[in-house]
Design a protein around this ligand. Sequence first.
Ligand code: F6R
Length: 647
Amino acid sequence: MCGIVGYIGTQTASEILMAGLEKLEYRGYDSAGLATVFDHQIYSIRAKGKLYNLRNKLAQIDMPAPIGIGHTRWATHGKPEEHNAHPHFDSQQRVAVVQNGIIENYRELKDALKAKGHTFTSETDTEVIPHLIEEVLADPRAQRPFTPSPLFDAVHQVVNRLKGAFAIAVISADHPNEIVIARQGAAPLCIGFGQGEFFCASDTPALVSHTQAVLHLESHEIARLTHLGVEIYSFAGERLNKIPRILEVSASLVDKHTFKHFMLKEIHEQPGVVRDCLQAYLRSDWELEPALAKTDALHPAPISSGQSPIQLGLDAALYDNLAQVQIFACGTSWHASLIGKYLLEQLADLPTVVQYASEARYAPAPWRPNTLTIGVTQSGETADTLAALTMELQRSQREAAQSPVRLLGITNRSESSLGQLVPNLIDTRAGLEVGVAATKTFVTQLIAFYLLALDLAWKRRTLPQDRIQEIINGLRQLPGKIELILNTQGEKIEEFAREFNETQDFIFLGRGINFPIALEGALKLKEISYIHAEGYPAGEMKHGPIALLDEKVPVVAIATPGSVYEKVLSNAQEAKARDARLIGITPKEFSAETDIFDDLLPVPLVEELLSPILNVIPLQLLSYYIAAHRGLDVDQPRNLAKSVTVE
Ligand code: F6R
């Protein structure tokens, strides 16, 4: 959370910083600020609220400097007020600092600084940093020879005293030709290399309109950006030789095109990204071996020893003698993981546990050999997920020095901190997601789980070949079916959503593989429309939550023909008997049987196993339009941020 940017070059820094912050606003948007150095003075503006407030302030002043730093904030320490907005300064206003993360030992540092006479103007943890830098710069005895510059030396000394995960950028009025940046732990920071100009940012979208050459700073690295280039060192003081890589992402990806919101654009991108993801990981030349294809119920196809139809590019050792799987994730990624559990258990016969990363960190399950641990995070930066995986990595290294560490990440950002942490990755390839509510990354996480479960089923010989092929054929048809929902239902759902302008509570019901879709439908609605919503396993309603129901509470029931279809319909009847307005997510072909529903949001008929990917689409559209009709900021809902990089 929080976005930081920095620029040194020949252009007007404030404009470049402002544009960069606009691309990072998804990381936090409760206040923002800029600082530049010109003529040996620091010039700064800060504003509470969204970035346009800062832009309005900037329009009224002149900030001509070619060097500066900027910040967009998601409050951790101190309310979202202007005095807590970054940058923060030392006592003399000679040093300015922006930070993303948390300085865990800031209290003791602040007390010590106060005892020395420093006064503070904010409640933030960040403010100790410029004061600590000021202390080092003011004391000739503290300075060390043979360092690149006094400012670099001071920042270097200070970061070694800070606890927690953070990324910082520092400028100084007395050292006007450099920016010093540093990273510790899971707080991303990348450097952009232009022609005679250099940039830094929490994420690449802030860089891509200037340069494609980018280098990700790793934990415990510190860098100095000057007009001449970039020097990188470890916190231990060793000079590092690192080469930027060329990004594939283009500036146009970070654009809404004709859509009103990124979320709507991203919902509409789903057919394309599912298609691309399948194309990337399914072997186009794979065919069912004819001799093995002829099966009947008593004689299922034997399992071939040939090549799997799926090419995930994972180490073979990951799969050897697997006994179980555990998955760590948060939020929507946790919902995708619950469907992953269903698939891994039902298709690949692997007992699977899904844990909230934030819980697993402090109460890990007993360590067991031959466990595959999967971290699922679209951003690859969620602090809790990274911490749970790090804990697991350390446990595996300790407990089983001889056996392979079985750690796998599923992410949409392969260049993220997750990418650096785990040796094996499935990239969900959905393209950058800007809307805070996850949509296209959720469906591609599901695709990743289908493919992983099928690949494991193939290698573990738990499914006959023809069944694997049948599921793959079904997967290949999904993009067309998602398109159909978007084309035929989009406008209807837009109209239908108006009926809920005053609604205060919603219940979503599902069972089996669609229970996590009920959870996801409820999460989408509450996070962008602020309507209270609960997702429940349909069969559990009678154990308590049914008491909530009356005519004011709409109930959305996911009724997919298959193993629990009749059960869901009975549970829906129970809700209707309590006067609830009943909305059905169900195939049109079954509408006669489902005349119990007051309203239908039809989806194409597919086998139950594949239905979550279709059932979630009308739920995304419903949430989107309810929130949009209420005039809410769909892409940047209150109190949220796209990457949750704090605990
Ligand atoms: C919901 C949403 C959040 C994230 C959660 C985990 O729409 O976006 O619940 O799913 O913060 O984020 P990642 O997947 O980046 O770890």
